[in-house]
Write a protein that binds this ligand. Sequence first.
Ligand SMILES: Cc1cc2nc3c(=O)[nH]c(=O)nc-3n(C[C@H](O)[C@H](O)[C@H](O)COP(=O)(O)OP(=O)(O)OC[C@H]3O[C@@H](n4cnc5c(N)ncnc54)[C@H](O)[C@@H]3O)c2cc1C
Length: 406
Amino acid sequence: MAGVVIVGGGQGGFQAAASLRQEGYEGPVTLVGDEPGLPYQRPPLSKAYLKDGDAARLALRPQAFYAASDIALVHDRATALDRDARKVALASGRVLPYDHLILAPGARNARPPLPGIDAPGVLGLRTLADARALREALPGPDAPIVVIGGGFIGLEFAAVARAHGCAVTVVEAAPRLMSRAVSSETSARFRAKHEALGVALALGVPVTEVLTDPAGRARGVALADGTEIPGALVLLAVGVRPNVELAQAAGLDIADGIAVDAHLLTSDPAISALGDACSFPDPRTRQRVRLESVQAATDHARAIARRLTGRPAPYAALPWFWSDQADWKLQIAGLPPREETATELHDLPRGGFAVHRWEGDVLVCVETVNAPAEHMAARRLLASGPVTRAALAAQEGSLARLAKAG
Ligand SMILES: Cc1cc2nc3c(=O)[nH]c(=O)nc-3n(C[C@H](O)[C@H](O)[C@H](O)COP(=O)(O)OP(=O)(O)OC[C@H]3O[C@@H](n4cnc5c(N)ncnc54)[C@H](O)[C@@H]3O)c2cc1C
């Protein structure tokens, strides 16, 4: 028996291995990862790790877990798939046979083709190695640094760097922060929050060039309107690209990620895919989506493990997400509406707030800041059925009360 081979030893690949054992799978499980060390969590890389530098705390499980669970960890890179022979070729020359293959290769940072982008001083943030380099490069108080990209990672880093005393400018081509993921109401609140922290924001104007000094090192960025912003450290945080090349070369269907069906199977029934690398049909929005979140990677992994151990079910988990920026915890339940018909902002006790996003009469997404009870209630309610305006209005807009009322 060849068992299950998992390509990608990140959040989803680890979870698939662990869940297979939890679900009682008894065959061989091999987890192939091309990063050094044990599988680890990425979210702290732009949060706690930048402050404390404690890499040991990032591991998803200690070394002993893998031996005790009979999960073979292989540090190598998968380079080719032979689907007919059901084999994965590794960079070392090793070949692993499989009965079922799970592709969990994640994503990599996007690198726009800007002049100067490869200059020393321009860093990304995806891996522990990236985070180490970024932490070491963080200059002292008052030194100017530039963040290209006003999404979650750029803003989380900006908040940490600002707390460190750096003079941070976030440059974002879109007219508002986190525009792909949150409502304009939440964007506006975060804009005010970052400005209050002392982060300078340059919104609505794209970067055209990374400026370099005579030695070729980054010294700042130039914007399309001619503005120059200084910074010897430039964080590039403009999104990611799914790692589809291995799947694509093997002839699997690709659609903004490795395309999977409602059971998270690729176009080859012996191969599943999960996490940042895959796009899947979301039953609520009836759209093919690709999500970059711990929730998606882990829930995909659990669903695949259940299918492989005889409990198949269409994937239907509710998407949720979080981001920590200074003392604000943003939590999102559901996906942004396709056609937003209304958005309501509710201020909550202790400085928190909630934004309800509606499509017609149905609540589809709830953004909260520092309101964990509302977030948890939103997750329960959105997962279990439609929430209507009338039902929520009867509880004065409180999701926690609506959940309690049953
Ligand atoms: C800085 C940062 C902060 C984040 N914060 C949050 C957050 O607050 N909340 C949240 O929900 N999500 C957050 N995320 C996103 C979350 O970490 C990802 O969505 C999640 O890790 C995706 O899991 P995955 O298994 O699909 O991919 P990954 O965890 O990226 O794992 C993929 C692994 O596969 C390896 N690999 C790729 N190709 C091969 C190959 N051919 N052979 C072998 N190995 C291969 C990669 O090197 C990598 O180790 C954050 C991400 C980053 C980078």
